[in-house]
Write a protein that binds this ligand. Structure first.
Ligand SMILES: *Cc1c(COP(=O)(O)O)cnc(C)c1O
Length: 351
């Protein structure tokens, strides 16, 4: 007897997570801000009250209430998950049927396509323009032609950092019957959110995460916000007790400090601007372009992506590499200084 993996299973590889020790890690768009002693004590206090022998609160009542208060949405329209990844998996896997099509934009967050492949959904990628934006009219034409069940994209976009205006998202919502899933993982750094429109449009789902602006990538916490009808379905589809009590407790503690979150966001934006200016001053024949960013990272186009990436690795600095482009998370000022200085040296040594 011999068990054989089928062809489908053989083609999957781990999501590109780089292990190993690096002095400076600017690869995963985490926040560089430590919660600080005040919030830390609040978290310890909340954790000490978690009844470990009991299942978590299945409905995440307190957490959804805290999220709703912070973002100004009705908690009844919120579902919590193990990072937005669990919710993306749920939407593409369980919410959609086998023969339904989903549209993604390219480039965008790679996990959309990965989940579509895992669940054997037909995934149609629409290429963005040369400047990495996409016109709403063109997108709507394509949606009409393809007639998908759903479209999913990040706004602001990962990896480009570009944002689509809220009015453009509204135009999409108004002109398609497809479910429009807007992943607002980085919207805390921008101002074009459509979170407040989930009751107005029955085809809108907004995804949020605690991993970026909230500085809590460790706890795996994400949210889907949508109409009552869709939320009811998502609750029926998700596993019971999907969100553990520890994550719920820490999530509540974070939202109880709105000033901390707001201050973190402005510090991160300041850091991103600093990094942006530093790398922008290096734009020349080797670094072709740096994109305007409304996120906590910068994205640059360069034919020397692989070389710069590898040379930074040698200096124990980790960033994210794509084909002919690099993404660098905004870090502390000293981390940013070191990256800017290193990139300059690496470019100079190419001459
Ligand atoms: C980081 C990121 C996520 C993942 O969020 P988790 O809540 O950590 O799973 C989702 N979407 C985009 C666009 C991201 O960059």
């Amino acid at each position: 007897m011999a068990y054989k993996l089928n062809e489908k299973l053989k083609k999957f590889t781990n999501y590109e997570v780089t292990d190993g020790e690096y002095r400076i890690r600017l690869d995963a768009n985490e926040s560089f801000i430590d919660p600080g002693i005040g919030l830390h004590n609040r978290i310890i206090d909340a954790l000490s009250k978690v009844p470990l022998n009991r299942y978590p609160d299945d409905s995440c009542k307190e957490l959804r209430k805290a999220f709703g208060t912070y973002y100004g949405v009705d908690p009844a329209l919120v579902v919590a998950g193990n990072g937005s990844d669990e919710l993306i998996s749920l939407l593409i896997g369980s919410f959609m049927k086998k023969d339904e099509k989903i549209v993604t934009l390219t480039p965008d967050f790679s996990m959309y396509k990965v989940f579509a492949d895992i669940f054997e959904r037909e995934c149609i990628e629409i290429l963005k323009d040369e400047d990495l934006s996409i016109s709403t009219d063109y997108l709507l034409e394509e949606l009409k032609r393809i007639n998908p069940q759903a479209i999913i994209f990040s706004n602001p976009s990962s990896p480009t950092g570009l944002v689509k205006k809220r009015s453009e998202i509204v135009k999409i919502l108004e002109n398609t019957d497809a479910l429009v899933i807007v992943d607002e993982a980085y919207m805390d750094f921008s101002t074009e959110s459509v979170l407040d429109l989930v009751e107005e449009f029955d085809n809108l789902i907004v995804l949020k995460t605690s991993s970026k602006a909230l500085g809590c990538a460790a706890i795996r916490l994400g949210f889907a916000v949508s109409s009552r009808e869709i939320v009811k379905v998502l609750n029926a589809l998700r596993p019971p007790y999907n969100l553990n009590s520890v994550t719920q407790a820490i999530g509540c503690a974070i939202f109880s400090e709105p000033e901390f979150i707001k201050e973190s966001v402005s510090r991160i934006i300041e850091s991103r601007n600093y990094l942006y200016q530093g790398i922008k001053s290096l734009v020349n024949s080797k670094i072709e372009k740096i994109y305007e960013s409304e996120t906590n990272y910068i994205y640059i186009k360069t034919k020397f992506a692989k070389h710069i990436y590898e040379e930074l690795c040698k200096r124990s600095i980790l960033i994210r590499k794509f084909d002919n482009s690099l993404r660098i998370t905004a870090g502390t000022i000293s981390e940013n200084d070191e990256v800017i200085k290193s990139v300059k040296e690496i470019l100079d040594s190419l001459n």
